[in-house]
Write a protein that binds this ligand. Structure first.
Ligand code: HDE
Length: 751
């Protein structure tokens, strides 16, 4: 039977659940063949054409598939069983003493089912609880042996499987995707010399310089402990109280108040390793590196009002976006690059390269591209993969090593430690998503949930009974970079760590006026939520050291006098090398994927011009964009030419904020119906307010203007054509590729 809903129109067995006859002879469950599109373990294995070494990547190929195959479960055509493999006769009724009698304790089937259910949840991550993952691969452009002996970079074209998890930081596991927050960008490389985790963020700096302050930061940022509010938001007293007492956070606050904190998509964010790491080559020579991921899709953001509304109508906005793009074959791609520099370079910089609140401007050290990462497969199971994946900064491979960044030191401890309670013991490396594809041999034994069955009687080294195996790898193994250490043991910070504002200024001064205005508005919003005026004052006084202009705007926006500037830790700060760095603006990276994956609403209703709808739909499809037919309700409408149009979305279930643009066709009286529908007018208003591309044709023009849209011939995103032009849809696509039309933006918004 084919797997359509029609094949199982209703539950045939329902009647047979009742009465004594049924209890003694339960019927077999209905079964259907799963849809052919369902990807099974065997079809995936067939598509696994990539080898680990020396091959070029192929679209759709994924080398992790083979290794996870052994644990995949595909239940199609299978009987229901207990965890012991015992077939279950009846999955509807518990065992009772008589049809109306008490349930019995000996019902091991009910007890097993409920007991397992009771323990389905594991503790969520203390930070980065909300996330989404995907599989893919990394492909090295060149052999980089001179630079590093790290396995992924040893051959041109070498493929290394990866699993990536993107996340917000502060919110709980079920919180909204579009919170104003940093985003995690964690990549697990399954290299043939073991797993390497590059656990980064979408911002290149951090709030604090020393791991000692991390629990304080997180306690301040999380919902306040007395009433557990607000969820997934930094706009509250404790967060701003803490950061305003920690001036080193100023630079990160600039990033956090910028549009980087409300990305349009996980696919449209940069990623950064944040700390300085080392590359070490075969000869043991080391260079310092900073890791950068650059999205081919460009860096794009939402507006704050849009983010707020999306959090209501689709809290899974980023998760859905990533999932749908991969399902549609529009595989997101990033280039991995590194800034490479020496110990001597580092000494010359005005800042300390061990200070995670500092970037290295690209003008000082340009980015060298190393390879590309493509995400081409969604997980089979969210819990098994995305929830149980355990990233650890301690997971490095030969060729990659740490530096003395004191924040990194704390992380090297924290990530392994937190998995012990989150994943319930020391064997979390055996969970399939965490297991390396490189073989694992050592004398660690036992512990909760051990999967491996170690053979033989030897679990120590040296041994003679096991032939000395597993034997130590010597120079072929991980050799720590021999960094000389000769200093007093102290609790303290180097002098250069005391300069807190140069790079906050650099960031602000490198933004376009549009981005600067958004930063000022974000500070205004966040600080307006505080209940303690003194905290507001402290933040603004801190901002004065980064930008007088910004501080003045924020103070004005809050209706408060400008406070004195915060005293600096370093009265005479060193001069910064650069005052402006253009790559720090999001506009520096428009991307090269055009309108692909952009979502467009095409309004429909009775009497709509069916030809215009069909042409718009086809043009969007051809351009790789996603067109949805949105009507006053879902279902069938009759177009002016008598044809039937099936709306798959409605003004109610897919409001404006879920679309990047709208096409409103002509029709016979259709626009009059829309004009009386408050939801349609709201839709158009929000499209306009959120700087999106609007194409209105024929009688729809009057409707759009009536909804409050301000006609402006100079606005490239406002295409109002009473006499529709032949090229209308192409003009729309060109405007859509610009993402947003910032020339339209005013504060407050005008309609
Ligand atoms: Fe994390 N961080 N972090 N962090 N972090 C965690 O590990 C921690 C920091 C980052 O998708 C935890 O497995 C300390 C910087 C990401 O599973 C925990 C310090 C950066 C993820 C932890 C930092 C990050 C985490 C919670 C300061 C950017 C999500 C659950 C010393 C470079 C990974 C877990 C995923 C997760 C500790 C600061 C990125 C508690 C102690 C800086 C992307 O171990």
């Amino acid at each position: 039977v084919e797997a359509t809903a029609a094949a199982m129109p209703f539950n045939e067995n329902k009647a047979a659940e009742h009465g004594r006859e049924a209890a003694l002879d339960p019927p077999e469950g209905t079964q259907i063949v799963p849809p052919s599109s369902l990807v099974t373990a065997s079809t995936l294995a067939e598509s696994n054409t990539s080898e680990k070494l020396g091959t070029r990547a192929e679209e759709g190929a994924n080398p992790t598939v083979g290794s996870l195959d052994r644990v995949r479960v595909d239940s199609s055509g299978q009987r229901l069983t207990t965890n012991q493999g015992v077939p279950i006769a009846d999955n509807q009724n518990s065992l009772k003493a008589g049809l109306r009698g008490p349930a019995l304790l000996k019902d091991f089937i009910l007890r097993e089912k409920i007991t397992h259910f009771d323990h389905e949840r594991i503790p969520e991550r203390i930070v980065h609880a909300r996330g989404s993952g995907a599989h893919g691969f990394f492909e090295s452009y060149k052999n980089q042996r001179k630079l590093t002996r790290a396995a992924p970079f040893q051959e041109a074209g070498k493929i290394t499987p990866v699993f990536v998890r993107f996340s917000t930081v502060a919110g709980e596991r079920g919180s909204k995707d579009t919170a104003r927050d940093a985003r995690g960008f964690a990549v697990k490389f399954y290299t043939d010399e073991g797993n390497w985790d590059l656990v980064g963020n979408n911002m290149p700096v951090f709030f604090i310089q020393d791991a000692m302050k991390f629990p304080d930061l997180v306690h301040a940022a999380k919902p306040e402990p007395h009433h557990q509010m607000p969820q997934a938001a930094s706009a509250h007293d404790t967060f701003w109280d803490f950061v305003s007492l920690m001036p080193e956070s100023t630079h990160m606050l600039m990033w956090l108040m910028s549009d980087r904190a409300i990305p349009r998509s996980y696919r449209m964010m940069q990623g950064f390793g944040v700390h300085t790491f080392r590359f070490v080559n075969e000869r043991g020579q080391s260079s310092f590196v900073k890791f950068h991921w650059t999205p081919l899709q460009g860096t794009h953001a939402l507006l704050w009002d849009e983010a707020v509304k999306i959090s209501g109508c689709d809290p899974d906005y980023h998760r859905r976006d990533l999932w749908e793009a991969i399902e549609a074959g529009a595989y997101p791609e990033w280039e991995l690059g590194v800034q490479i520099f020496s110990e001597e370079d580092a000494e010359r910089f005005s800042f300390d390269i061990l200070d995670a609140t500092k970037i290295i401007p690209e003008e000082l050290v340009p980015i060298t591209p190393l390879g590309r990462m493509v995400l081409n497969r969604n997980p089979d199971n969210f819990f098994a993969e995305t929830e149980q994946v355990a990233f650890c900064t301690a997971h490095v491979v030969p060729g990659i090593d740490f530096t003395n960044d004191p924040l990194l030191a704390g992380r090297i401890h924290s990530y392994v430690d937190t998995q012990l309670s989150r994943l319930g013991g020391p064997n979390f490396h055996e969970i399939p998503i965490n297991a390396p594809i490189a073989p694992v041999h050592n004398n660690q034994r036992d512990g909760l949930h051990r999967q491996a069955i170690h053979r033989g009687k030897v679990s120590y080294e040296p041994n003679s009974l096991g032939g000395g195996c597993p034997f130590q790898a010597g120079a072929a193994g991980f050799v720590s970079f021999p960094e000389p250490v000769e200093q007093d043991e102290v609790r303290g910070k180097p002098e250069k760590f005391a300069e807190h504002f140069n790079q906050a200024a650099l960031f602000f001064n490198s933004q376009t006026p549009v981005e600067q205005a958004h930063i000022a508005a974000a500070f205004r919003f966040e600080l307006s939520k505080l209940t303690v005026p003194a905290i507001r004052q402290r933040v603004v006084s801190m901002l004065r050291n980064a930008s007088e202009e910004l501080a003045a705007q924020v103070a004005e926006g809050l209706g408060m006098p400008l406070p004195d500037a915060m005293p600096r830790a370093l009265p005479k700060p060193p001069k910064a090398e650069v005052d402006v760095s253009q790559p720090l603006s999001m506009f520096a990276r428009p991307g090269n994927t055009g309108v692909a994956t952009r979502k467009v609403a095409i309004f429909v209703g009775d009497g709509v011009d069916g030809d215009q709808v069909a042409k718009a739909q086809q043009a969007l499809l051809d351009a790789g964009a996603v067109g949805r037919l949105v009507g006053p309700r879902v279902g069938i409408f009759t177009a002016a030419d008598g044809s039937e149009i099936d709306a798959d979305a409605s003004f109610e279930n897919e409001p404006s904020v879920l679309f990047d643009g709208v096409i409103i066709p002509d029709g016979e009286g259709t626009a009059k119906v829309w004009a009386r529908d408050g939801r349609a007018a709201e839709f158009v208003k929000d499209q306009f307010r959120h700087l999106k591309t609007i194409l209105a044709l024929g009688e729809a023009v009057a409707f759009v203007e009536g909804a409050g849209v301000l006609r402006d011939e100079g606005d490239p995103g406002l295409l109002l054509q009473s006499e529709p032009e032949d090229a209308a849809v192409n003009q729309f696509l060109e405007a859509l590729a610009l993402h947003k039309h910032f020339g339209r933006e005013t504060d407050p918004p005008m309609l």
